[in-house]
Design a protein around this ligand. Structure first.
Ligand code: SF4
Length: 650
């Protein structure tokens, strides 16, 4: 039987999926998608596949991937999705298909405890807090008894505990084959298992950081794969941009200083010059941070260079790093840790010098300021060339799937970004009946989105809708500033009107906890920004309304975006229509996708931005959304909710 016949049989009404899973319902979109993926695998093609919410795309790629018999890498958007796929979907499909396929999950280094650094940290005894010191015996026992060393298995030490930085490795500070623990190393073991498995589940960051850039122990993973599947593939252009560029952070210099000091104390006590070279570097990094006033700011290199003291502070970092590296070179032969420190010093020095010179025309140089550090980025204007080379290095199937890749069935924006111009493209509508289940409401009389009165108007038009929906809503804002303002205004309005809907805001606690609270209340209103636009799944009545303040155009002051726009305009292209608009459409589709999660879900999507209706490009945007019933009349929304609240179908 050909792969396509096997897939067809698996999805048929009495096929093995239906037999093994009583809740499984065969859907035509899912079957078609699985067939298209099977064909791409057989023909070793590139396929870009958009599947609306509810298509069942996970099974649509898992079934052909598992039946294909070759080595498959599946990359997901986040670690949570990675766990979900590995622990829930993959075993279920493997069992239903009864195929003898071995599977493995590979995470980034920072997820595995490192014997070498754990031992160093306990010997050193320098911790950031008393709790960190108290975690050490627990970590030692875990390192001794755990099979995987995966920190997700050690609940006694919280994920955010600072001690994890001291007891895990980075590519910079792993001593590799010189390590005395190499044979027991959890990172190396996980990589070995990944190499041996038929199906390996990774995430996009790991894929680009390690698999493509070939960190030690994973170099053979990609060449041995027949098929690579990217789920949540709309995230790839951004993630790939991070890894095809060249970045350097002052915290890397500080880390080098810390590790050098540690090496001095434990190995090279007689080399006073080593100890003396560290404080000037640390001071230079702190002084460089002080050049920038605001945490969170992002600016192009030209603007950074115009700041007072930038040049002097940069030179000072170069000089002090150069001094430390020279001392490290004299000590490198004494121990693998010292040798590694010296190599890191050389590498960082080269990056720091190159960033300042900026010789590569295709890289946009810009600066990002954090509370304690500064990151110097050199981001490619396009990842298409770098990624395109990898795509064509060897024949294999590449599958890119997500619910949001196209603008009105046009994939050219995504294909252009990723260098996938020769790929097949396919689109499947969601099986949900949007015209019955959902209403798209664009309020009338809104001011211009850039006017100072806009955010207050958003809060004011939202209030009657939130009353009609009885809470049960997400209010998604395009900026943190707007989010805080809308939250404050709604809080005040709820008090004035005696409304008792619990009002939550992004940042009050972590995302998972906030979502748990949102679900548990059943009538809450959650005001959020970026983190809630995607990857959030609240089914049923607890989420019956999604309000979006503005069309999500990327912030125009983003240095990389500004450089891309300049380049496109200089080439005679229309950057707005070809780049900014598709970006906004794809982001909006993600936000809108939070509302209807299954066949029973009903609700209202309210987009406050008048440009959706007033501007000529607005039509292109709403036509890219699922086929909602549309209205501009508040009363219709209230009637819609009245029917839902009465327990009737709208
Ligand atoms: S090889 Fe690297 S990651 Fe593994 S134990 Fe040694 S230092 Fe840690």
């Amino acid at each position: 039987m050909s792969l396509q016949q096997q897939v067809s049989s698996a999805f048929s009404e009495n096929g093995c999926l239906a037999q093994a899973m009583p809740a499984f319902r065969s859907r035509p979109q899912q079957q078609e998608m699985a067939q298209a993926i099977a064909e791409a695998i057989e023909q070793q093609q590139q396929l870009v596949a958009e599947a609306g919410t509810g298509t069942g795309k996970t099974y649509a790629y898992l079934v052909p991937a598992l039946l294909s018999g070759g080595k498959v890498i599946i990359s997901t958007g986040t670690k949570t999705l990675q766990d979900q796929l590995y622990q829930r979907d993959l075993p279920a499909v493997r069992e239903a298909l009864k195929v003898p396929v071995s599977v493995a999950m590979l995470k980034g280094r920072a997820n595995y405890i490192c014997h070498y650094h754990l031992q160093r940290a306990s010997q050193e005894g320098r911790f950031q807090s008393r709790e960190d010191a108290q975690y050490i015996p627990i970590l030692q026992s875990f390192a001794e008894h755990s099979q995987s060393g995966d920190k997700a298995e050690l609940v006694e030490v919280p994920e955010q505990a600072t001690v994890w930085q001291q007891v895990t490795s980075t590519r910079d500070n792993c001593v590799g084959q010189d390590c005395q623990y190499y044979k027991q190393c959890f990172v190396m073991e996980a990589r070995k298992q990944a190499l041996a498995a038929d199906v390996v589940v990774v995430n996009h960051h790991l894929f680009f950081a390690d698999v493509m850039l070939r960190d030690e122990g994973v170099a053979e993973l990609l060449p041995s794969a027949n098929t690579v599947v990217f789920d949540e593939a709309h995230q790839l252009p951004e993630v790939a941009g991070l890894f095809f560029g060249e970045d350097i952070s002052t915290s890397q210099l500080m880390d080098l200083g810390r590790d050098s000091q540690m090496a001095y104390l434990s190995i090279a006590k007689d080399c006073v010059a080593l100890s003396e070279a560290v404080p000037p570097l640390e001071k230079a990094c702190r002084d460089f941070r002080l050049v920038f006033q605001f945490e969170g700011s992002r600016m192009p290199v030209q603007k950074a260079q115009s700041l007072k003291n930038f040049d002097d502070a940069y030179q000072r970092m170069l000089e002090t790093l150069s001094t430390l590296t020279a001392v490290l070179e004299t000590q490198a032969g004494r121990d693998p840790l010292l040798e590694k420190c010296w190599q890191r010093g050389e590498g960082l020095l080269a990056l720091l010098e190159a960033w300042l010179k900026g010789n590569q025309a295709n890289l946009v140089r810009w600066v990002e300021v954090f509370s304690q550090s500064v990151q110097l980025h050199a981001t490619p204007l396009s990842v298409a060339d770098g990624f395109g080379k990898q795509l064509n290095a060897q024949p294999r199937a590449w599958i890119f799937t997500s619910a949001t890749l196209a603008v009105k069935s046009d994939f050219s924006h995504y294909q252009g970004q990723m260098g996938l111009l020769a790929a097949q493209t396919k689109h499947w509508q969601s099986p949900f009946d949007y015209s019955q289940q959902a209403l798209l409401y664009v309020p009338s009389g809104m001011p211009e989105p850039n006017s100072s009165a806009y955010t207050a108007a958003v809060a004011s038009v939202s209030l009657p809708i939130l009353q009609a929906s009885r809470g049960r809503a997400f209010v998604l804002c395009t900026s943190l500033k707007a989010m805080r303002e809308v939250h404050a205004l709604l809080k005040q309005a709820f008090e004035e009107h005696g409304l008792e809907y619990p009002l939550l805001m992004q940042g009050e606690s972590n995302r998972t906890e906030l979502l748990d609270r949102f679900r548990a209340h059943g009538n809450a209103v959650l005001v959020g920004s970026q983190s809630f636009w995607e990857g959030v799944d609240v089914r049923g009545e607890a989420l019956s309304c999604v309000i979006i303040d503005k069309l999500p155009f990327a912030p125009p002051d983003d240095p990389v975006l500004a450089a891309r726009i300049d380049k496109m305009n200089a080439e005679g292209k229309n950057a707005f229509m070809e780049y900014q608009l598709p970006y906004a459409v794809i982001t909006l589709k993600q936000g809108a996708g939070r509302l209807i999660r299954d066949e029973q879900d009903v609700g209202v999507l309210m987009i406050c931005d008048p440009r959706l209706v007033d501007k000529p490009y607005g039509r292109r945007i709403w036509q890219s959304l699922p086929p909602f019933r549309r209205t501009r009349v508040q009363q219709e929304v209230e009637d819609f909710f009245a029917l839902i609240n009465a327990g009737d179908q709208p």
